[in-house]
Design a protein around this ligand. Structure first.
Ligand SMILES: [Zn+2]
Length: 202
């Protein structure tokens, strides 16, 4: 029957090795939670968890601003709002290391240069794949675009559910938190701000 079983994506063979002390830390946590890390179903869990955490935290190995280094200056006179909305992302809160799952809307008002639209999502993911608080994530994404694209304005709105609040503590599923960071014309000019928030759906 085993020939009917397809390749196991969690098969540790061919995966990067996980140092023993890292696996030990996860065994300690399993024990602390109340289970037996030596039972069969949990034997490979420490290595899997360790590799998963490397993936959740890929952002530590990158500088998100590199995604804004390839700019297009031929914008054909376009100097209106550029908006990417409903960008899904995942992060982890630095207080509980619990998932933060949400979506972001990122807008900027170009001066003389634009970037490929997917780059805005890459900047978001570069900062989200770290241990975060939502307020800082929002501010880091906005500042990165403000500093590197030098637009007339930047607006970032993030809406997310925090598992540390929905799955533990006050246990309030369905509750989401909204944070925003504005720069330039979106901060200074009320009409620009109203326009961008309306287009974002707020
Ligand atoms: Zn938390």
């Amino acid at each position: 029957m085993s020939s009917l079983v397809g390749p196991d994506e969690d098969d540790p063979r061919g995966k990067p090795p996980v140092p023993e002390h890292v696996q030990d830390a996860i065994r300690t946590l399993i024990e602390w939670a109340g289970d037996d890390p030596t039972r069969e179903g949990l034997l490979d869990t420490p290595a899997r968890v360790a590799r998963a955490w490397k993936e959740y935290c890929l952002g530590y190995g990158e500088d998100p601003s590199v995604h804004l280094s390839r700019i297009f200056e031929e914008v054909g006179g376009y100097d209106e709002l550029v908006l990417l909305r409903d960008i899904p992302f995942q992060s982890h809160c630095e207080h509980h290391m619990a998932p933060i799952i949400g979506k972001a809307a990122i807008a900027y008002m170009p001066t003389d240069r634009v970037v490929g639209i997917s780059k805005l999502a890459r900047v978001l993911h570069g900062f989200a794949r770290r241990l975060q608080v939502q307020e800082r994530l929002t501010a880091e994404v906005a500042k990165c675009i403000w500093d590197h694209l030098k637009p007339q304005g930047v607006a970032v709105v993030i809406e997310a559910a925090h598992s540390c609040m929905t799955a533990r503590g006050v246990r309030t599923p369905g509750v989401s938190m909204v944070t925003s960071k504005l720069y330039g014309c979106f901060l200074d000019d009320e009409r620009s701000r109203e326009e961008v928030l309306k287009l974002m759906g707020y």
